[in-house]
Write a protein that binds this ligand. Structure first.
Ligand code: GLC
Ligand code: GLC
Length: 814
């Protein structure tokens, strides 16, 4: 069953009934000011950091799930009836409801008794504000007297404190109302030099800024007393819960449409110019007023919207494909790329499943996010790499997370996740291949943000690599530390105390438990670093890295092979994890995918054997599960992985993030049918028809789909913020379709299904547009290239020598 449809022409998903199985959300903003918006206008906004600069309040895990947002109420002043055109929070019956989620905007609206109300929500480029453009149309044969009420609830900035520290917070709320604009200035009198504002383009019949005055005692957002009565009370908030609500009266003739623009924003003043007049306690509005005035003008709002559309056209224009598979095209051309922007911006911090107060940006997460983002805005990828590297520790290790606002490592979570440093090498390699910007390696970057400790970025990569060489275990495999990619494999934790964090509790010395996964990652990182060193003319150094990679490959062969698949790890007793010797958890996906991806076992058949084992033991119609058999009980020596009920999350769920590792591995052994089949199983668009089972949005990947041991096998959870976005984008574009940025040009090595006659793609790469046509002439994956009519050897298209910016490439596969 479906709850909407894809409008690929407009790059939108159109939701046609409001009661989706879960809130189906979108992101507004892609630079500094962000909002999350659900299909019923729920959600919240923040500036840069979802915890520390929360602009509007949101209550997670609410009943119903999604309540609180950017709500508009329409009231028929003739009958007194009122409703919300976005369905929530009144949940009134509606006609023609639709929510169009597009690239950085959402349009939500409906009709009721001949009155249509639709709102376009978006964040203009380069501004710290959001625009709500409401259109109200009277389709009745008679004039209509209507009231419009807007509403938002301000957050007192620090979302964590806001949700807990009521004894203080009920007394600090402050607002100003000037010329119909509501200014939220809590804590502005002391250490904040920022405030929020909420403005309306129309003359107001009234306003409210105190929640209780608007909503009424013992009432909720579904039945605010001001809306019921048809009159605001012009309340001024002193403490308690500051809100913003405007009341506008409209008289519409039959067929008439009126537009009202609301602007909600965040603004900072220089510390010396906070107050106007100086010495007063009144917020200076000198610099904000022109911004507000600009966007309250519908013509300017329309122009900003057009600029946003054009921006996304250009971002998505970097890579467009035309394949025989609709779901592939839709995800690559639109939604997967779009999701890569969201994961790059948010990391894992703010979605409907990440509360924005729990986590900063993950070190490994953000580095992997680069794989799907770097081609869109390389300058921002560059900045992110330098920020990440600046949180690296002198040991080469890394803080597991950092706060986006302060750009500092998060001490509460700390370091010692022994895979972390290698992801920096993977991320930097992706950046270099895409851009050819070698200057980044010479950028001075501090360790742990300590002034004076700056070293070239290249040295950070060297330290990342050496970090593991200094931390090898009894078999010569890398010690795992607190966890590797699998945050829930906590082999040094041994926690028997409820509530202890599995990630930060370490009860063991950590000198025994080893990770075969990190070994594979080390091999990959070693090869990448060797290639980088070679490009820098450091031939000897390159040889050393390769020698270390070869040595580790041998160790994996000696101690990481279980007969039919790769072992996952060794625990603190030196016993295998992910082996036929185990009672449960005999085979894990991570090492099957990643060892092959790193090239281990490609030559001697181990890779193929391991991938057969994936088919035999892990693959399901809904994707590949993380391990089998699921852990049926808690294992003290394994940690969080066995804390989850079977089939969920890391305990044998389909953890979508690592499925593309197997897809890439399949391309490396030449099996395009299987690679694409795995791709299709978790492709959200391909799962649209089973939306009542899948439940999450059909236009973006979710972190997890319940595995075969779960009673709800096939049910997705934790949509949007997941490494799945970047890895799937990378797997389909660079390995299955096989269009790969390389140091010496654009490499072309498709490994596509046998049944495909070919495909077309346009790829912009280092300032050149490559128009590529792939035709299948035989069953294999051998590539013959013709560039602008002339055959060339090999499978890499070199950059055009003569400054041409358009190149056409014909590819024959046989
Ligand atoms: C989450 C984390 C990621 C981790 C994965 C597996 O997605 O963000 O860092 O690798 O879970 O545990
Ligand atoms: C990852 C895991 C999750 C775990 C968390 C801890 O996100 O998926 O299960 O609780 O890491 O950081």
């Amino acid at each position: 069953m479906q709850y909407g449809y894809f409008d690929d022409q407009n790059r939108e998903y159109v939701i046609t009934r409001p009661d989706t199985p879960l809130p189906w959300i979108n992101y507004l903003g892609c630079q500094a000011y962000f909002g999350i918006i659900s299909n019923t206008a729920g959600g919240y906004s923040f500036y840069r950091d979802a915890r520390l600069r929360r602009v509007t309040r949101y209550r997670y895990n609410n009943v119903p799930f999604d309540l609180g947002g950017r709500y508009i109420y329409l009231r028929d002043d003739g009958s007194g009836e009122f409703w919300s055109p976005s369905w929530q929070p009144t949940r009134h019956e509606l006609e023609d409801y639709s929510c169009r989620h597009g690239m950085g905007y959402s349009v939500i609206g409906s009709k009721y008794k001949g009155i249509e109300g639709r709102t376009r929500y978006f964040v203009p480029l380069d501004e710290n504000l959001e625009i709500w453009q409401l259109s109200v149309t009277n389709h009745r044969p008679t004039p209509a007297a209507l009231s419009v009420f807007s509403s938002i609830e301000f957050c007192l900035w620090d979302a964590q404190d806001d949700a807990t520290n009521f004894q203080r917070n009920f007394s600090i709320g402050q607002v100003e109302i000037e010329e119909g604009v509501i200014y939220h200035k809590t804590e502005y009198r002391e250490r904040r030099d920022h405030f929020a504002y909420f403005a309306c383009s129309d003359a107001l019949a009234g306003f409210d800024t105190q929640r209780e005055a608007f909503v009424g005692p013992y009432r909720g957002w579904d039945r605010p007393v001001a809306v019921e009565r048809g009159e605001s009370s012009n309340s001024v908030a002193y403490g308690w819960a500051p809100i913003g609500s405007h009341h506008v009266e409209l008289a519409l003739q039959p067929g008439e449409t009126r537009q009202i623009v609301f602007v909600l924003g965040y603004h900072e003043n220089p510390v010396e110019e906070k107050f106007d007049p100086p010495g007063s306690q009144i917020v200076s509005k000198k610099t904000v007023k022109p911004v507000i005035a600009k966007y309250l003008d519908p013509a300017n709002a329309d122009a900003a919207f057009a600029a946003l559309r054009a921006y996304w056209d250009s971002l998505l224009g970097v890579c467009q494909v035309e394949t025989p598979d609709l779901h592939t095209d839709r995800m690559v051309n639109i939604w997967n790329a779009y999701q890569c922007m969201a994961t790059f911006n948010m990391s894992r911090s703010a979605s409907f499943y990440e509360s924005g107060i729990g986590r900063g940006l993950g070190f490994r997460d953000s580095n992997q996010d680069l794989l799907g983002f770097v081609q869109m805005v390389p300058s921002r990828a560059r900045e992110r790499i330098l920020d990440l590297a600046a949180t690296q520790l002198p040991s080469g290790g890394a803080y597991h997370q950092y706060q986006p606002l302060t750009k500092r490592g998060n001490n509460d979570v700390g370091s010692n996740f022994n895979d972390d440093p290698h992801w920096l090498i993977v991320g930097v390699a992706a950046y270099l291949k895409e851009t050819g910007d070698w200057s980044i390696l010479d950028e001075p970057v501090p360790y742990d943000n300590e002034p004076g400790s700056e070293q070239p970025l290249y040295e950070h990569l060297q330290r990342s690599f050496h970090y593991t060489l200094e931390r090898l275990g009894p078999h010569g495999l890398p010690l795992i530390g607190r966890a590797d990619w699998n945050d829930c494999l906590n082999l040094n934790c041994f926690s028997d105390t409820p509530g202890q964090s599995f990630q930060t509790t370490t009860n063991k010395e950590g000198k025994v438990a080893e990770s075969v996964f990190i070994a594979a990652l080390f091999v990959l990182a070693g090869k990448e670093l060797a290639a980088i060193a070679r490009q820098r003319g450091l031939e000897d150094e390159a040889k050393q890295y390769l020698a270390e990679a070869v040595k580790m490959d041998e160790v994996v062969h000696a101690y990481g092979w279980d007969g039919e698949w790769f072992v996952r790890a060794y625990d603190d007793f030196g016993r295998k994890v992910g082996s036929r010797e185990c009672e449960e958890g005999k085979i894990f996906i991570e090492t099957q995918g990643f060892c092959v991806l790193a090239g281990i076992g490609l030559e001697d058949g181990l890779a193929k054997r391991a991938l057969e084992s994936v088919v035999e033991h892990l693959a399901t119609p809904h994707g590949i599960v993380l391990q089998q058999p699921a852990y049926s009980r808690y294992y003290l020596e394994l940690g969080e992985i066995s804390s989850y009920p079977p089939g969920y999350k890391e305990n044998a769920g389909i953890f979508c993030h690592n499925n593309p590792w197997v897809m890439i591995a399949e391309t490396l052994v030449g099996n395009g049918d299987r690679a694409h089949d795995y791709y299709a199983r978790i492709n959200p668009s391909a799962r649209e028809a089973i939306s009542d089972l899948h439940r999450c949005e059909p236009y973006v990947y979710s972190q997890m789909i319940a595995g075969r041991d779960a009673p709800t096998h096939g049910e997705a959870k934790n949509s949007w913020l997941t490494g799945t976005a970047a890895w799937n984008y990378y797997a389909i574009t660079q390995w299955i379709l096989g269009i790969r940025p390389a140091y010496d040009g654009l490499e072309i090595a498709p490994v596509i299904p046998k049944s495909w006659p070919g495909f077309k793609t346009t790829r912009k790469f280092r300032g050149v547009t490559y128009r590529i046509t792939v035709d299948r002439a035989g069953d294999g994956n051998a590539v013959a290239l013709t560039v602008d009519g002339a055959p060339i050897p090999g499978h890499t298209v070199p950059p055009p020598a003569d400054g041409r910016t358009e190149v056409s490439v014909e590819v024959t596969l046989s």
